[in-house]
Write a protein that binds this ligand. Structure first.
Ligand SMILES: NC(=O)c1ccc[n+]([C@@H]2O[C@H](COP(=O)([O-])OP(=O)(O)OC[C@H]3O[C@@H](n4cnc5c(N)ncnc54)[C@H](OP(=O)(O)O)[C@@H]3O)[C@@H](O)[C@H]2O)c1
Length: 255
């Protein structure tokens, strides 16, 4: 068996039409890695293909078989799969008592279901040669943020999935890790950061005093997918400006 360190092959980016996913595609291509970009939005996929000259495939988390099919397509196209990143996700900001069954189920399906399908498909594709799987959790899985019940539960599930799959597949040379972002200026959070007051309040909760950029999360994902991190598995890397672990200094206190 070769290890993740030496495995050739392509990288599948699920959710490639999103802010983080798109940045990850660009970064991996710059690194010279063969990429298959998988997304739901057909016109956004076409735009990405035109911009980056990257092959694309449609996936929808509502039908997990499409995620299996995307990973199989990468194996056929590139000969093998060296990496799978799941950047599919959604954000439901609602307290539990106003969350409907449909909203709860959709939050679980999009965030945890897609991650599970990514792991399942990657494990099948990588079982003979190893590889790296990178998922996306959230700072909300670690710290209690109000009105995040459904998404916090789904992302906490992603973190449990990371550790169990890392244990299961370590002997196959398959590494499983995640990044856990704070508030990042992406499509899904646009209403939050477009509002000046809301953005300033959120920035204050991050010790580094600002919101994150999609490229900063993509950089961490690319690092976890890189053969250079061949001894890193079962980890959740906070990429959150300190949100989950640091109490920001009160701004009125002299430095
Ligand atoms: N932004 C933040 O502050 C933040 C914080 C913590 C965690 N995260 C996580 O970071 C990851 C990347 O999100 P982002 O910030 O880049 O937001 P984004 O730009 O909104 O990207 C989310 C992606 O998920 C895709 N998606 C949603 N539902 C889908 C479905 N049913 N099937 C297939 N694709 C679907 C979207 O596709 P469409 O374009 O078709 O909608 C989009 O490509 C997500 O896992 C998110 O939960 C983000």
């Amino acid at each position: 068996m070769t290890t993740a360190n030496s495995s050739p092959g392509g990288v599948v980016v699920l959710g490639a039409t999103g802010s983080v996913g798109g940045e990850l595609v660009r970064r991996l291509l710059m690194q010279g890695r063969p990429v298959l970009a998988a997304g739901r939005n057909r016109s956004a996929l076409a735009a990405l293909a035109a911009e980056c000259d990257v092959p694309t495939v449609e996936v929808d988390a509502a039908d997990l078989a499409t995620i299996d099919a995307a990973v199989q397509a990468a194996a056929q196209r590139f000969g093998s799969v060296a990496g799978v990143a799941n950047c599919i996700g959604s954000l439901l900001l609602r307290p539990a008592h106003t969350t409907s069954d449909a909203q709860w189920q959709e939050t679980l399906q999009v965030n945890l279901g897609s991650a599970f399908a990514a792991v399942r498909a990657a494990a099948k594709a990588m079982r003979t040669h190893g590889g790296a799987i990178a998922l996306v959790s959230s700072a909300a899985a670690q710290i209690g943020l109000p009105s995040h019940e459904a998404i916090a539960a789904a992302k906490a599930g992603v973190e449990g999935l990371v550790r169990s799959a890392a244990a299961t597949y370590a002997n196959r040379g398959i590494r499983v890790n995640a990044v856990a972002p704070g508030l990042v200026k992406s499509h899904m959070t646009e209403p939050l950061w477009q509002n000046e007051t809301a953005a300033a309040n959120s920035a204050q909760m991050h010790a580094l005093g600002r919101l994150g950029e999609p490229a900063e999360v993509a950089a961490a994902l690319a690092w976890l997918l890189d053969p250079a991190t061949s001894w890193v598995t079962g980890q959740v890397l906070a990429v959150d400006g300190g949100l989950s672990s640091i109490i920001p200094r009160p701004s009125s206190r002299p430095g």
